[in-house]
Design a protein around this ligand. Structure first.
Ligand code: TMP
Length: 210
């Protein structure tokens, strides 16, 4: 495929959503044909699945059900939005992808990174990102940041305790180590300006590599 598939990962409160929207604007200004999207969601069917997964009332949801729903929403989003954009040669910036499932469901929910990877391999059918930016922030700091943002929706996973979010963080470190060739870690505890500048420079280098 002609385009570039770039994913943004990190624990809650890493600032990746804000940074993604700034980068979208910067890259468009520089003449790149960019789209941004998010998981779970990005298209109607996947947004519907998102609302089931993240509904605070769905306290009975089993871990494997959760993992399968994320994978189902991922599949639909790829087919309807990501693959067509890549075929047109676009740069696709995606807020979360398969590594979120490996860190949250595989490691933090203890379903197993390999097990969650295998259901996701079925869903993505070989389509992995060429670059993944990992926005690295200690979970305590991330949670403090989101606590201060009154505009943000509170979802079912936000209600998990600090030890769950610490496991998510540890899970990300394991996943980043496993997929070193596509992961680039950015210190997200620095100012938004600094983090955005570094992310832009990493993305441009990647796009210029061809
Ligand atoms: P968001 O807050 O970044 O929109 O993500 C929604 C929540 O879903 C967030 O708590 C992370 C979680 N998540 C998973 O647990 N597994 C996944 O595969 C994805 C994409 C998100």
């Amino acid at each position: 495929m002609k385009g570039y598939f770039i994913t943004f990962e990190g624990p809650e409160g890493a600032g990746k959503t804000t940074i993604l929207s700034i980068l979208h604007a910067e890259l468009s200004k520089k003449g790149y044909d960019v789209i941004s999207t998010r998981e779970p969601g990005g298209i109607e069917i996947a947004e519907q699945i998102r609302s089931v997964i993240l509904d605070k009332n769905n306290t009975k949801m089993d871990g494997r059900t959760e993992a399968l729903l994320y994978a189902a929403s991922r599949r639909q989003h790829l087919v309807e939005k990501v693959i067509p954009a890549l075929e047109e040669g676009k740069v696709v910036l995606c807020d979360r992808f398969v590594d979120s499932s490996l860190a949250y469901q595989g490691y933090a929910r203890e379903l197993g990174i390999d097990e969650v990877l295998s259901i996701n391999e079925f869903a993505i059918n070989g389509l992995m990102p060429s670059l993944t930016l990992f926005f690295d922030i200690q979970p305590e700091k991330g949670l403090t940041r989101i606590g201060k943002n009154s505009q943000r929706e509170v979802n079912r996973l936000d209600l998990e305790n600090l030890s769950f979010h610490q496991k998510v963080y540890e899970g990300y470190l394991k996943v980043a180590d496993r997929f070193k060739e596509r992961f680039h870690t950015i210190n997200a505890e620095l100012s938004i300006e600094t983090v955005t500048k570094e992310a832009l420079s990493v993305i441009e280098k990647h796009l210029n590599k061809g």
